[in-house]
Design a binder for this molecule. Sequence first.
Ligand code: 5GP
Ligand code: MG
Length: 178
Amino acid sequence: MKVLDKSFNLFITSASIQERIAELGQQLALEYTDKNPLMVVMLNGAFMFAADLVRACDFPCEIAFVKAQSYKGMESTGNVELQLGLPASVSGRHVLIVEDIIDSGETLHAFLPYLQSLRPASVDICALLRKPTAAKREIAASYIGFDIPTLFVVGYGLDYDGHGRNLADIYQLDDSVF
Ligand code: 5GP
Ligand code: MG
């Protein structure tokens, strides 16, 4: 499979993703039924995961979108600029951050203090993917779809240079090709 100039191999099928999301929905229901959580979706990458996840959540909830652009320069300071903010109504709410992937953890590490400053009742994280061996920051996330090796992935919302977000399956970079 090619996206732009790079070759990718099938990694997680659409069927496995949907199966895991159904489980996450049931797990979330144990915690959030009767809490009317505010699902905070991290754009752009999490848009597809969030659309399927909220349909697997059989309890009342609200959905908001944020866009945080991280600049990972030479120093991994995790500078994050919020390009699209939250509604003011976070105070006292149970917030669940919906993220596509936790890689270094810098993005969420930078975003969490801002979110905490809005005085939510609780904050937790649901990420479809996590790369444990890439972690530079420890991020406490109770809900993880799949732990994966430190490999570049595309599809199901995740892009390579803006492309591949529309793929229903997740693909990993074929690093055997040079
Ligand atoms: P972190 O700040 O945790 O290093 O990175 C989080 C963000 O980097 C993710 O939300 C995602 O947008 C991007 N990212 C990290 N790893 C990958 C990957 O393997 N593929 C793609 N397409 N994006 C990634
Ligand atoms: Mg992202």
